[in-house]
Design a protein around this ligand. Structure first.
Ligand code: DAH
Length: 342
């Protein structure tokens, strides 16, 4: 075979191969065309390669170049047709316009965040603004200004995480009451969400770091009636028509102090596992702000009175969503978030 015969044979194979590959209607036809032209044993491209041997030395570079071109082109056409056939085979499903749109996972808010945001919304409607304070606090803001005696057990290093040098991680959001009272003139109505830290073991019902929401209202003529009616309104909005009850309690920074329970939404008050048989769920601590706290913050306690509360949104999330173990709130497992996402 001389060079011109070789080149024309290459043209023919390339032309016929292109037609066969491009017109293959399905995967079987394409495979048959591949074997005929690109097959290792009897493919025509293979034959063209073997024919190179009969080409004279000086013509070999030109013939070899043409051979490579023809082979590369047919291989590319094969790959192209193959993916087109594969696409056509599955597109009957993907392109069905009557199928509902696919919902994509876009993340979800954490249940504790959902609870905090809902509570913020309710208190905003009641005229409260949102305030925040530092998580690294001084002993004075965390305890002293809040009327804790210096020998109170909460100050003990067994319960509180002290920072090196000085200061501590706040054990509650109540110090932000003092910071707010120092900064603003009454009337004050603030809601204070934030994280707090305690030296607790991490078990099914305790965590060493958790969220709290503090509330504070200070003005002239504020009484326990304001505390009760505001918190009852909150409970009505958040828990539905459930009844509430106030039980006498003690906190150094309030006098008198009360704990508020809501009737268990699961059993309706008859007693079940969720409320440990009592029919009630404890949701917050509250009370009239102690005059010593007002005075420590520089507020005239003869002129002004106030009430405050503190609650744990994780506990509320647990009872609302029926979460059996608080540790799942810290696991960052998106499958859990997806179950609760709204
Ligand atoms: N600081 C309290 C705690 O961490 C909760 C609390 C109780 C806050 C009564 C208040 C309150 O503002 O009036 O247990």
């Amino acid at each position: 075979m001389n060079l011109s015969e070789y080149l024309s044979e290459a043209d023919t194979i390339e032309r016929e191969g292109s037609t066969a590959l491009q017109s293959a209607a399905d995967a079987d036809a394409l495979e048959a065309a591949r074997i005929a032209f690109l097959g290792d044993r009897q493919g025509r491209v293979k034959g063209l390669q073997e024919a190179l041997r009969g080409i004279s030395k000086e013509d070999k570079p030109a013939a070899g170049k043409r051979f490579n071109e023809a082979r590369t082109r047919l291989e590319a056409l094969h790959a192209e047709r193959k993916s087109a056939i594969e696409r056509a085979t599955t597109s009957g499903v993907q392109d069905d316009p009557s199928l509902p749109a696919r919902r994509q996972w876009r993340g979800a808010k954490h249940p504790v965040t959902l609870v905090i945001e809902e509570i913020e919304g309710i208190f905003r409607e009641l005229g409260f603004t949102i305030a925040q304070g530092p998580e690294a606090e001084t002993e004075w803001y965390n305890f002293g200004a809040l009327n804790f005696p210096s020998n109170h057990p909460a100050l003990d290093a067994h319960d509180t995480l002290y920072l090196e040098g000085q200061g501590l991680l706040r054990t509650h959001t109540s110090p932000v009451q003092v910071r707010t009272l120092q900064k603003y003139e009454p009337p004050i109505r603030v809601l204070i969400p934030g994280n707090v830290y305690r030296r607790d073991f991490f078990d099914a019902s305790h965590a060493p770091a958790f969220a709290q929401i503090e509330g504070l209202c200070v003005d002239e003529g504020i009484s326990f009636v304001d505390l009760k009616s505001t918190l009852n309104r909150f409970a009505e909005r958040f828990f539905g028509a459930s009844r509430t009850r106030f039980r006498p309690s003690f906190f150094p920074f309030t006098e008198p102090s009360a704990e508020m329970d809501v009737q268990c939404g699961i059993c309706g008050g008859s007693g079940c596992a969720a409320c440990k048989g009592t029919g009630w769920i404890e949701i917050l601590g509250s009370g009239m702000v102690h005059p010593n706290v007002l005075e420590a913050a520089g507020i005239d306690s003869e002129r002004y009175t106030g009430w405050a509360f503190g609650m744990g949104p994780a506990r509320i999330a647990i009872s609302r969503y029926g979460i059996p173990d608080i540790r799942v709130l810290y696991d960052s497992d998106v499958r859990f978030l997806e179950q609760i996402a709204e």
